[in-house]
Design a protein around this ligand. Structure first.
Ligand SMILES: Nc1nc2c(ncn2[C@@H]2O[C@H](COP(=O)(O)OP(=O)(O)O)[C@@H](O)[C@H]2O)c(=O)[nH]1
Ligand SMILES: [Mg+2]
Length: 236
C-alpha cells in the first residue's frame, strides 16, 4: 500500500517548492511518485498526475461570479469538491504528494480537506510546513506547533511538522524554547504543557529541519514519514 502525504502550511511557507523537489528526491530514490495540485489559484510549476486547475481556476471564478479574492477562493474549493474523485490518486504509486492551497484554512477549515482525506485509501499523513525564517521566539514556535496539532485534529490524520527554509534560518531545539517560555509569565504557563502534550501525543516529535530549496533534510523527512506508519504498527 502506498503513502499519501498532504502538504499543508501558510501561504509562502514552501509547499509547492517542496512538492516539486521532494517528489524528485523520491523519484531519484527509485520510488514511483505522483503529485497533485489542490491550489486553484496557482499553476503548480511541476508535472502533476491531477490538478484542481483542470476543473476550476480562481481568476476565472472571480470574473464569472463577480467575487473578490476571498469569496472566489472559497467558491473555487466548493467547485473543486465536485471533482474530488478525479483529484484522489489511490493504489497506483509508492508516494502521492498533495500540494494544498496557499491559505491553509481553505483546506483545513472547509469540507474539502475532510472529504479528500476520507477518499484516500492509501496510508495518509500530513506534513505541516513551517517557515523557519518567521520563527523568532518561543511564542512563534509554540504557535507553530499548536497549529500543526490543530491541523492533525481537524483532518484526523497524523501530522509531522517540518521546519522549512532552513537554508535561511534554523529553528532552535525545543528545549531552548521551553526554557525561554518559563520566563514568559502567563503565556509560558499556558504553552509549556501544550508543548509537552504535543510531544507526548505525536508519533514523531524530533525536529525536522528542511530546505525545499536545497534539499537539506529530505532524508530525515522521508524517514519521519515512514516512522509515522511504523509507529502506528501499520507498514503492510
Ligand atoms: N530560501 C528558501 N526559499 C524557499 C524555500 N521554500 C520555498 N521558498 C521560496 O518561498 C516562496 C514561496 O514558496 P512556495 O512553494 O510557492 O510556497 P507555498 O505558497 O507554500 O506553495 C518562493 O519564492 C520559494 O522559492 C526554502 O526552503 N528556502
Ligand atoms: Mg503553493
Amino acid at each position: 500500500m502506498g503513502v499519501s502525504v498532504i502538504i499543508i502550511g501558510h501561504a509562502g511557507s514552501g509547499k509547492s517548492l517542496l512538492t516539486n523537489n521532494f517528489s524528485r528526491y523520491l523519484l531519484n530514490q527509485g520510488y514511483s511518485v505522483a503529485s497533485v495540485n489542490l491550489d486553484p489559484a496557482s499553476p503548480p510549476g511541476y508535472a502533476t498526475k491531477a490538478d484542481i486547475r483542470d476543473f476550476v481556476k480562481t481568476e476565472e471564478v472571480m470574473q464569472k461570479y463577480s467575487l473578490g479574492v476571498n469569496g472566489a477562493l472559497l467558491k473555487s474549493m466548493e467547485i473543486g469538491m465536485e471533482h474530488i474523485d478525479d483529484l484522489c490518486i489511490n493504489g497506483e504509486h509508492d508516494f502521492v504528494l498533495y500540494d494544498t492551497p496557499g491559505q491553509l484554512e481553505l483546506f483545513v477549515f472547509t469540507e474539502f480537506g475532510e472529504r479528500l482525506v476520507k477518499r484516500i485509501e492509501d496510508h495518509c499523513a500530513c506534513v505541516f510546513i513551517a517557515d523557519s525564517s518567521r520563527i523568532k521566539n518561543s511564542s512563534h514556535y509554540s504557535a507553530t506547533i499548536s497549529q500543526s496539532a490543530t491541523v492533525s485534529v481537524m483532518l484526523g490524520i497524523p501530522a509531522l511538522t517540518a521546519f522549512n527554509k532552513s537554508d535561511l534560518r534554523e529553528v532552535k531545539d525545543p528545549e531552548y524554547y521551553l526554557r525561554e517560555l518559563k520566563n514568559e509569565g502567563v503565556l509560558g504557563e499556558y504553552f509549556e504543557p501544550l508543548l509537552r502534550f504535543v510531544e507526548i501525543t505525536s508519533t514523531v516529535y524530533r525536529q525536522i529541519r528542511i530546505s525545499a530549496k536545497t534539499g537539506q533534510g529530505f532524508y530525515d523527512l522521508f524517514t519521519a514519514i515512514n516512522e509515522v506508519f511504523c509507529a502506528c504498527g501499520d507498514l503492510s
